[in-house]
Design a protein around this ligand. Structure first.
Ligand code: BTN
Length: 251
């Protein structure tokens, strides 16, 4: 791996229930080297956001967790990890796809879209120590070579767009991009991360339909706070702040 620390220690499991669950269990018992990657070709009980399952075809996609030492990150700033992971996924998609042909976006809080369809997702689980984090498990699933998706709405993959991807190279590439952003975070270059994140955020500063308590409203994303909450503006300039599960984008 051409990286300083992300992926220097790489654990490959032929089959596992969930790379995130495996990492969390491991953290209970041993110290894990900062930047360790756990990846598999067969995840049998993958977990997604909002308690959903993450179902992925065998040996087709990127299915990995990165374990980071995050004791320097305050708990109320944890969303920077999500921004870093989303930007790394964004860069990986931009590495394969021509940006003038494909619209690659980060959808708050942690989906990656290509032409408004979901190509990847992120699930971050933290272990806390006081006001700070201690360790974070950054789980990433990106659809690369899977052609068909059953019972999943609005999913896509690079295969559906006509590409066939070498999984090992994609993993290495992801590690390089993710490391770039984690180094920026560790150097406290938050403005650089924020600028890139907001530049590539789906629906940023533009009116969009959201479903809130079963009512559809036209709102603009005003900002995303460091704790991950989103601020939406209505036509009268009123600001509403929401957490992940409280709103849904309507396409
Ligand atoms: C989502 O969009 O709902 C998040 C999906 C995250 C899936 C990845 S796959 C690797 C890691 N292990 C898991 O069980 N989940 C994450």
């Amino acid at each position: 791996m051409e990286t300083l620390f992300i992926g220097s220690n790489c654990i490959f499991l032929t089959e596992i229930d969930s790379t995130n669950s495996y990492a969390i269990e491991l953290l209970k018992n041993v110290n894990i080297i900062d930047g360790t990657i756990i990846h598999t070709h067969h995840q049998t009980k993958g977990r997604g956001q909002r308690g959903n399952a993450w179902v992925t075809e065998k040996a087709s996609n990127l299915t990995l967790s990165v374990v980071l030492n995050t004791h320097n990150i305050q708990a109320n700033k944890q969303f920077y990890l999500s921004k870093c992971a989303a930007l790394a996924c964004y860069d990986l998609m931009a590495h394969y796809l021509n940006k003038s042909q494909y619209d690659i976006k980060i959808k708050w809080p942690n989906d990656i879209l290509v032409n408004k369809k979901k190509i990847g997702g992120i699930l971050i689980e933290n272990i806390y120590k006081g006001e700070n984090l201690k360790n974070s498990v950054i789980g990433v699933g990106i659809n690369l070579n899977q052609k068909h998706f059953e019972n999943v709405n609005n999913a896509t993959s690079l295969a559906q767009l006509g590409y066939e991807i070498n999984l090992n190279l994609a993993l290495e590439q992801f590690c390089k991009y993710f490391e770039k952003y984690i180094l920026l975070l560790r150097q406290n270059k938050l403005n650089v991360i924020n600028e890139l994140y907001f530049n590539n955020l789906y629906g940023y500063k533009a009116l969009h339909s959201f479903k809130i308590n079963n009512v559809i409203k036209q709102l603009k994303i005003d900002t995303v706070y460091e704790n991950g909450k989103i601020a939406l503006l209505d036509e009268n300039g009123l600001l509403f702040v929401f957490e992940n599960k409280e709103i849904q984008f309507v396409f």
